[in-house]
Design a protein around this ligand. Structure first.
Ligand code: SF4
Length: 289
């Protein structure tokens, strides 16, 4: 498995090294890395054509697929309603924490009508660990009522109908469409927004504008998986405050390599602690020699 990944990395390094300069090979066991700021897209005066930008975005997505072949929604659910509820609860909360409360929640409130008829204090107590529980309680009762009264108890399948539900925005709607109904959608959460700006795929801050621009770059059939992969990368490697640039398998493709985070491999590798760490580090070039 490890040698297969190393072979994959050799291919990936050749594949990536088209426009940057090799400046260092810190240690025999550490990866070869580009010079920070040497990516063409890192140059503010560089004008990237729409076609070049689209090709670069799709190449990034293909490389992400090597890193995260099993990327998926990290919220636990078994029905569209459960996913909708879990996604509402995930606002300002980790998926792990949401997953810790949903088994009890889903057993107590299995249908939209159950949320509609819920006692607010009892419901709030169950979801309290997810934070902002008063507002989330109102959202769950409101969306349960709307689904029960306007949609016959079934979660609607269109973006327009979903965003009309209380507490449901485009991000939540796209999560439900993409993961419960198989309708491709780009989920612009805090991770994805941060990463696509670091990759210089967009400079937009508004999630709706980010979503629209990405829809022009990424193939529609890849929208959902691209979102999952980017979010996985944001959680594991390209952290908000301390991105692990020196240990990132996207180093050669990323305009922000060494600018957003440390380019030092030894320091960077300590910032990757996920269960797939060995795979990610091998893909980045660690342990080749
Ligand atoms: S960790 Fe660094 S190199 Fe990797 S994607 Fe983020 S900014 Fe780019």
């Amino acid at each position: 498995m490890f040698s297969a990944i190393c072979s994959l990395h050799s291919h990936l390094t050749t594949f990536n090294r088209t426009h940057t300069t090799v400046v260092a090979m810190p240690k025999t066991s550490a990866p070869r890395l580009p010079k920070p700021g040497s990516h063409r897209a890192a140059d503010p005066s560089h004008v990237e054509t729409p076609l070049a930008l689209k090709r670069r975005a799709r190449k990034l997505n293909r490389t992400l697929a090597l890193g995260y072949p099993d990327a998926h929604a990290e919220l636990d659910f078994s029905t569209p309603l459960e996913l909708l509820v879990a996604t509402v609860l995930s606002a300002q909360c980790t998926d792990v924490r949401v997953n810790s409360v949903t088994p009890v929640l889903f057993s107590l409130y299995p249908t939209a009508a159950d949320y509609a008829a819920a006692d607010p204090e009892e419901l709030a107590e169950v979801i309290r660990p997810t934070g902002f529980y008063q507002a989330k309680t109102r959202s769950l009762i409101g969306l349960g009522t709307a689904i029960a009264e306007k949609h016959g108890g079934e979660v609607p399948r269109t973006l327009e109908e979903l965003v009309a539900l209380p507490g449901v925005g485009r991000k939540t709607a796209n999560v439900v469409l993409g993961n419960a109904f198989g309708v491709p959608g780009i989920t612009v959460d805090t991770h994805l927004g941060r990463l696509v700006r670091r990759w210089k795929l967009t400079d937009q801050e508004d999630p709706v504008k980010v979503e629209r621009e990405l829809m022009e770059l990424i193939e529609p059939k890849e929208w959902t998986m691209f979102s999952h992969r980017a979010i996985f990368h944001g959680r594991r490697v390209c952290h908000s405050r301390k991105p692990a640039c020196g240990a990132c398998f996207l180093a050669w493709q990323c305009p922000s390599f060494g600018l957003a985070g440390t380019p030092d491999p030894e320091e960077a590798m300590t910032r990757i602690t996920s269960p797939d760490r060995e795979h990610l580090l091998a893909l980045a070039g660690f342990g080749e020699d």
